[in-house]
Design a protein around this ligand. Structure first.
Ligand code: NOJ
Length: 460
């Protein structure tokens, strides 16, 4: 890898910060959702989480020991603007200033995500959240406020994290905040999220800010179940409905043709001006990648239900069935470990979008453990990271894909949304009673991978 390659780790505000009502922070949709009985495993919530708000210096010291040269974190919109649209909270700005300054002092490059699912609650209550373009305008203003506050020191910006999840899981299946259930609303929500991205990028580019701005979209790999034309089309279309839905507009200015063909008027349309605004609105592509499935056009087991596996919800629209190989190892989230799928996906992105730089903004796995001793001995995760970073180096060095960074999800065990604190994704064990962090075996293995890669890095 080149010597400016970013080896990093990633987190998000709502999953680690805690301090949910401290220093003027407003409530967000996940604060409300997780205090609604029955929504989160064990009725967990994120009032304290890892208390990173108070312990960020400890966390940066751990990152320094890990050897990363990049850290991706998100800003809590309702910490900076408590109701999402009105007055700025100076204490919120102060916190992120302290965090950024401490990262820079440790030679760690900050990558900021502006939106990692924690919409200020007021915007949900007053405007139905992302169902309204009013929310997109509020986001563009919030983004500008962040560029102005932090842009003198931060040069890597990510507008949105995994809009697919906000649209499908949050506003289609109802399993994530705000908990809406609908077949049509995911497409409207997605549309407004994309407009919000475009408007924020416009603000960035019109201002005098140095650096780059992009979006982090999630995608699993879809491998044709057989070599038939039908299965190959099913896999391709599944990728277009997944990654293409949120990436085609920011590169080409419109949705994939297959989506229009299948969805007709259920898919909103961009005006010529909006399309122009969106086209080329990502300086780089962020990719969050976790797993792989086979895809087929027809069911291969009797009575198979499309939404049973993988990315349900919009699978009927995709006309695809998903399958797996029973030999594939599984994480405790039930996700399959298939490093070659990662390499193929990176190649697919290059083939579809050209040589735009890619950052792998997330990749990692959950490992179940009944005790701290078991949790820190996470050979499974260490092997996972080794397998996936190896596939990454093959994609870069052998296939010529332009990847500029890799962020392991995640620095420490944290609030895993609907799954609460049960699903541990961290390189460090977090004791949620004492808040003590303990590096796991995977922390040491990742540190070794980084050291080896940096030692053999080439000049660009
Ligand atoms: C994607 C999300 O961005 C992150 O918040 C989540 O914790 C991980 N995947 C693991 O599910």
């Amino acid at each position: 890898m080149k010597n400016d390659f970013i080896w990093g780790t990633a987190t998000s505000a709502h999953q680690i910060e805690g301090a949910w009502l401290e220093d003027g922070k407003g409530m967000n949709i996940w604060d409300a959702f997780s205090h609604t009985p029955g929504k989160i495993a064990n009725e967990d919530h994120s009032e304290t989480a890892c208390d990173h708000y108070h312990l960020y210096e400890t966390d940066i010291a751990h990152m320094k020991a890990l050897g990363v040269n990049g850290y991706r974190f998100s800003i809590a919109w309702s910490r900076v603007i408590p109701d999402g649209k009105g007055k700025v909270n100076p204490q919120g700005i102060d916190f992120y200033n302290r965090l950024i300054d401490s990262l820079l002092a440790a030679d760690i490059t900050p990558f900021i995500t502006l939106y990692h699912w924690d919409l200020p609650l007021t915007l949900q209550m007053e405007n139905d959240g992302w169902l309204s373009e009013v929310t997109a305008d509020a986001f563009a203003r919030y983004a500008r406020i962040c560029f102005e506050a932090f842009g003198d020191r931060v040069q890597h910006w990510i507008t949105f994290n995994e809009n697919w999840c906000t649209a499908v899981i949050g506003n289609g299946q109802g399993n994530f905040a705000p908990g809406r259930i609908s077949e049509d609303e995911p497409y409207i929500v997605a549309h407004n999220l994309l407009l919000a991205h475009g408007k924020a990028v416009q603000n960035f580019r019109r201002g005098d800010f140095a650096g780059q701005i992009g979006i982090a979209n999630n995608c699993d790999w879809r491998e044709p179940f057989t070599d038939s034309d039908e299965d190959r089309a099913a896999a391709q279309e599944a990728l277009e409905f997944f990654f293409g839905w949120f990436t085609d507009p920011v590169i080409f200015g419109d949705y994939p043709a297959i989506m229009r063909e299948r969805l007709g008027d259920r898919l909103p349309r961009f005006s010529p001006e909006q399309s122009e605004m969106l086209k080329g609105s990502s300086d780089f592509l962020g990719l969050n990648h976790y797993t792989t499935h086979y895809a087929s056009r027809e069911a291969v087991v009797p009575d198979q239900i499309k939404a049973d596996v993988g990315n349900g919800g919009d699978q009927d629209d995709q006309q695809v069935y998903l399958h797996h190989d029973p030999e594939w190892p599984r994480t405790s989230m039930g996700w399959f470990v298939v490093p070659w799928g990662f390499r193929k996906l990176l190649n697919w992105i290059k083939a579809r979008y050209g040589d735009i730089p890619i950052y792998v903004t997330e990749n990692g796995c959950s490992v179940a453990a009944d005790s701290k001793e078991e949790a820190v001995d996470d050979q499974f995760r260490a092997d996972f990271i080794e397998g996936y970073t190896h596939a990454l180096t093959q994609a870069v060095e052998e296939d010529g894909v332009t990847v500029k960074g890799y962020f392991c999800w995640t620095l420490m065990d944290n609030f895993e949304w609907t799954r609460g604190y049960n699903m541990r994704f961290g390189l460090m064990y977090c004791d949620f009673e004492t808040l003590e962090r303990t590096p796991k075996a995977s922390f040491h293995r990742y540190a070794e991978i980084i050291r080896t890669q940096q030692a053999s890095s080439t000049e660009s």
